[in-house]
Ligand binder design. Structure first.
Ligand code: PEP
Ligand code: MN
Length: 359
C-alpha cells in the first residue's frame, strides 16, 4: 500500500474544522450570471464559504445542456470578489485546468466519470503540477475502491497534497429509491486505508431527489465524514440539469440545522476508559468467533472427505434449508435480526462449499 502525503483539511484555508460538516454548495451547473450570483448570495447569507458550479457538464445524452463553458468562469470570479467565497468546479481535461488557472478558480473536483479514466486523471494531474489548487476526487461510477485510490495517487505523485475525496455513490442496475447506490462501505473502506484523506459526501447525486438529501447527509455525519457537497439553485424548477435534486439555499440552511453531529471522540476520561474496556470485550469475542469459524470449517472439510470417499455430491438438497431454519429460530430466540443472521450463514455456507470443492 502506497503512503499518501495529505495536508489536513484545516490547513487548506477553505474550511474551519471543527465544526463538521465542511460545506460546499452551489448549482449543478452555472447557467446565467444572475442565477450564479443570486444562488451565491443566498448561500453566503447563512455562512457558506465554498461555492460550487459546473462549468463543463458531463451529460448522458448529447444535445442536453453541456455547460456554459468559459463565460461562466467570469461569474465565478464575481462570486469570489463580491462575496469573498472560494469557488470550485469540475475539470475533465488539461484544457479545463488551464482555463481554471487563468480565471483564478480556487479548487477543482474530478467527476465520477473522469475518475474512472486513468488517462484523463493523469493528464489533469500533470496540468495541475506546481499549482496550489486543492483537488477533490469523486469516486468512480463503478464500485472500484482501487480506481478511486489510484486517481488520488496520481495527483499526489504530481505534488498535490491538498487532496480530498467525494463519495457520491455508484451506478446500479438494481431498482432502488436513490439515483445511485450510496454504498457507504466504499467510503468506510477508504477511511480505513487512508484515515488522513478528508471525505465529503455528495447526497445530491446519491439521492437524485431533494427529499432524500436530509437522511443521506445525516448518514454521512454518523459515519464521521468531514464534509458535504450539496447542489443548491436559486430556482431549481428552472434548472438546466439535475432539477429534481437541487435545493433552494434556505432549504439547505434548514437541512444543515437539522443535522445531529456527534464528535469523533470525547475528552472525558471516564468515557474513554469505558470505551476501551468494551472494545477489549469485542476483541475477545471476535477472537472466539474466528476460532469457532475455523473449527466449523475443519468439520466441513471432514464432511467433504467422507462424501468424496462414498461418492456423494457435495450439495445435498434439504440439508441447507434445515440449517437455515435452525439458525433462524436461534436468531429469534436471541433477539437478532433474521436477515442479518441469514446473510452471515450464507457467507459461511459458501466458504464451506468452496472448501469441499477444493478437496
Ligand atoms: C456534479 O457534481 O455535478 C456531477 C456531474 O457529479 P458526478 O461526477 O458525481 O456525477
Ligand atoms: Mn449535478
Amino acid at each position: 500500500m502506497k503512503e499518501l502525503d495529505i495536508a489536513p483539511l484545516s490547513q487548506w484555508g477553505f474550511f474551519r474544522l471543527p465544526p463538521r460538516p465542511c460545506v460546499i454548495a452551489g448549482p449543478c451547473s452555472a447557467e446565467t450570471r444572475e442565477q450564479v450570483l443570486q444562488t451565491a448570495a443566498g448561500l453566503k447569507a447563512f455562512g457558506i464559504n465554498v461555492f460550487r458550479a459546473g462549468i463543463w457538464k458531463p451529460r448522458t445524452h448529447p444535445g442536453s445542456f453541456e455547460g456554459i463553458g468559459v463565460p461562466g468562469l467570469k461569474w465565478l470570479q464575481e462570486v469570489r470578489r463580491d462575496y469573498g467565497m472560494k469557488v470550485c468546479t469540475e475539470v475533465a481535461s488539461a484544457r479545463h485546468v488551464f482555463e481554471c488557472i487563468k480565471y483564478g478558480v480556487d479548487m477543482v473536483w474530478i467527476g465520477a466519470r473522469t475518475t474512472a479514466n486513468p488517462f484523463l486523471v493523469q493528464e489533469i494531474a500533470e496540468a495541475l503540477r506546481d499549482t496550489d489548487i486543492p483537488v477533490l476526487v469523486k469516486n468512480p461510477v463503478n464500485p472500484d475502491l482501487d480506481l478511486w485510490i489510484g486517481a488520488m495517487e496520481r495527483f499526489n505523485r504530481e505534488g498535490i497534497t491538498k487532496l480530498g475525496a467525494i463519495h457520491r455513490g455508484v451506478s446500479t442496475s438494481e431498482k432502488i429509491k436513490y439515483r445511485n447506490d450510496p454504498l457507504w462501505s466504499m467510503a468506510v473502506d477508504l477511511r480505513a486505508r487512508y484515515p488522513q484523506i478528508p471525505i465529503f459526501a455528495d447526497p445530491s447525486h446519491m439521492g437524485g431527489r431533494r427529499e432524500y438529501l436530509q437522511e443521506l447527509s445525516q448518514r454521512a455525519m454518523d459515519l464521521g465524514l468531514e464534509g458535504l457537497m450539496v447542489e443548491s439553485h436559486c430556482d431549481p424548477s428552472c434548472a438546466l440539469s439535475d432539477a429534481a435534486q437541487q435545493l433552494v439555499p434556505s432549504d439547505l440552511k434548514s437541512l444543515l440545522e437539522s443535522l445531529v453531529v456527534r464528535d469523533a471522540t470525547s475528552p472525558d476520561e471516564e468515557f474513554r476508559e469505558s470505551l476501551s474496556r468494551l472494545r477489549e470485550q469485542i476483541d475477545v469475542i471476535d477472537e472466539n468467533l474466528v476460532r469457532e469459524l475455523s473449527a466449523r470449517m475443519k468439520v466441513s472439510e471432514r464432511i467433504g472427505t467422507i462424501k468424496r470417499e462414498h461418492n456423494v455430491a457435495i450439495i445435498q438438497a434439504g440439508r441447507w434449508e434445515k440449517v437455515l431454519e435452525k439458525v433462524d429460530a436461534l436468531a429469534v430466540q436471541y433477539g437478532l435480526d433474521s436477515k442479518f443472521v441469514k446473510s452471515v450463514f450464507e457467507a459461511i455456507h459458501e466458504a464451506s462449499v468452496q472448501e469441499q470443492n477444493k478437496l
